[in-house]
Design a protein around this ligand. Structure first.
Ligand code: HEC
Length: 187
């Protein structure tokens, strides 16, 4: 539930690791969300935000069916509700964040929380494979499929605003295809 500046990150991670029961991981493994996933403030806690598909999460430990994670990203300028996965690309990693933080321009943050373990995958390519199949199925019905490189990471969201309706996507499908197009566009 914590959002801290990069400066305070080391202190917070140190605290979290000592607070986790069981063996301390030498090098925390990175895992990825396969779909939109609630971020919880405790193993069986309440939702404090919504993690986007394909977001990279550092695994700190597990408890029951939940995994303790840290999400590194950047607050959207002037907002603590949205965390982007990169400072210069508006690829959403976390939205609807209700935890504490200080809004600034391109401010690096680490968000501490919990997600359902079964929402995580070790290989992010499995997420993009699912997204690519959905993109081909939903977005090639009326016109040729646009190459992902046709638009930049910061252009795709505006296009998806109208095209998600055209394709009749639900919010989860919209998030998956949008993130896929942004990440794969490579610019
Ligand atoms: C029901 C038919 C239909 C479906 C399904 C559809 N589109 Fe479109 N698309 C259109 C039409 C019509 C236009 C041109 C007018 C407009 O922009 O809406 C268009 C235009 C576009 C453009 C050109 C840029 C723009 O905004 O004009 C892109 C890129 C695009 N679509 C991507 C997509 C993606 C991605 C999906 C899947 C989420 C999708 N389309 C699904 C009908 C469709």
């Amino acid at each position: 539930m914590k959002a801290t500046t990069a400066f305070a990150t080391t202190l917070m991670l140190g605290f979290c690791l000592t607070a986790v029961a069981g063996p301390v991981h030498a090098a925390p493994a990175q895992q990825y969300t396969s779909a939109v996933t609630s971020l919880l403030d405790a193993a069986a806690g309440k939702s404090i935000g919504s993690v986007a598909p394909g977001a990279a999460l550092e695994v700190e430990g597990t408890s029951g069916s939940a995994t303790h994670v840290a999400l590194h990203g950047w607050f959207a300028a002037g907002s603590t509700a949205i965390v982007y996965s990169a400072p210069d690309k508006h690829i959403v990693a976390l939205s609807g964040f209700t935890g504490h933080g200080t809004a600034g321009a391109a401010q690096a943050v680490t968000i501490d929380g919990w997600v359902a373990t079964n929402a995580l995958v070790a290989d992010v390519q499995t997420v993009w494979k699912t997204a690519s199949a959905l993109y081909a199925q939903k977005c090639g019905q009326c016109h040729a499929l646009q190459p992902v490189t046709s638009y930049s990471a910061n252009q795709w969201p505006a296009i998806m605003k109208t095209q998600a309706d055209n394709a009749g996507l639900d919010p989860g499908q919209t998030a998956l295809i949008t993130t896929y197009l942004q990440v794969q566009s490579g610019k």
